[in-house]
Design a protein around this ligand. Structure first.
Ligand SMILES: [Zn+2]
Length: 299
């Protein structure tokens, strides 16, 4: 550090330090534990719960007229969830809402279908379910097009928001009217890394959706994996990771670095800011390979 020679230089350095603290909030985050076994139910607000089964998580709402369940996860998780709901209310499950089409979240709904629940998703999910049918996925009864839908049961309303293509093309963010804690699946799993090959994710649209969510007025959210309540700053952390992944990969491509060398070089560049993310060392190079195809093929 250069020697501080006068008062104005000192003020400049203090200003720089403050600015640095302001513009790098997400990099100061602490590591979070890996998802654990078993299951748990956490109350987020009146009648608003999150259910975790192993590494996956959903939300459910108990209203005076029945229950709104979201992602059933898988048949075993759905059975455990049904029992947890039964311990809290004798009322039936009236709706099951899918957050998106990925199978790890939406298998196992049959137990709720059998008691008469209606299944809801964004209309774009249906094409995926038809294209590649999966026996444990119940087809939606009710879909919506466009960017918002309101699901009301009893005294509660769940706002469903589609932010466009991002993590797949049919993901919706759900927020109950009475508790301002959105359920945001897979766009920003707190403290985690994106899946290695980020298969059907649109990188620039993912960043756009995260920026949009960062602009929403809330302080904590429920994710589709991991801890029950995550601070909004974890969404910024994911966005900063994606932006760094994209810019560092592009820099290497533009410099004409041989493709085989780029994963290691980008991993080294990102390590300082992001190695606290779970699975960083095992995943980052595959994220880079996927990002090379994004810049090379528009995929
Ligand atoms: Zn997903």
């Amino acid at each position: 550090m250069p020697q501080i020679t006068n008062r104005s230089t000192a003020i400049l350095w203090i200003g720089y330090a403050l600015l640095a603290a302001l513009i790098t909030p997400a990099t100061a985050q602490t590591p979070l534990p890996a998802p654990v076994q078993g299951h748990e139910v956490t109350e987020i607000g009146p009648g608003y719960f999150t259910f975790r089964h192993k590494g996956l998580r959903n939300i459910f709402l108990i209203t005076r007229d029945g229950v709104i369940v979201t992602d059933p996860i898988d048949p075993e998780a759905a059975r455990v969830l049904r029992e947890e709901i039964r311990q809290r209310t004798p009322l039936p499950v009236k709706y099951v809402v899918y957050s998106h089409q990925h199978w790890d979240h939406v298998r196992g709904g049959k137990i709720f279908k059998d008691e008469g629940a209606r299944f809801v998703s964004h209309e774009r999910c249906v094409a995926h379910f038809k294209d590649l049918p999966e026996k444990d996925i119940v087809m939606p009864d009710e879909t919506f097009a466009g960017d918002r839908y309101q699901l009301t049961l009893g005294e509660r309303t769940l706002q469903l928001r589609w932010l466009g293509v991002n993590h797949g093309d049919c993901l919706i963010v759900m927020t109950p009217d009475h508790v301002n804690v959105p359920f945001i699946v897979d766009l920003g799993t707190a403290g985690g890394m994106p899946l290695p090959f980020i298969a059907d994710y649109s990188l620039h649209n993912w960043v756009r959706s995260l920026r949009e969510l960062e602009g929403w007025d809330f302080t904590e959210y429920v994710g589709g994996h991991g801890i029950a309540l995550a601070p909004k700053s974890r969404l910024a952390e994911r966005r900063e990771y994606l932006e760094a992944l994209m810019s560092e990969t592009k820099r290497e491509l533009d410099a004409g670095i041989p493709l085989a060398q780029i994963p290691d070089r980008v991993a080294a560049a990102l390590q300082g800011r992001f190695q606290h993310l779970r699975g960083f060392n095992g995943i980052v190079r595959d994220n880079v390979r996927r990002t090379i195809t994004y810049y090379g093929m528009g995929w």
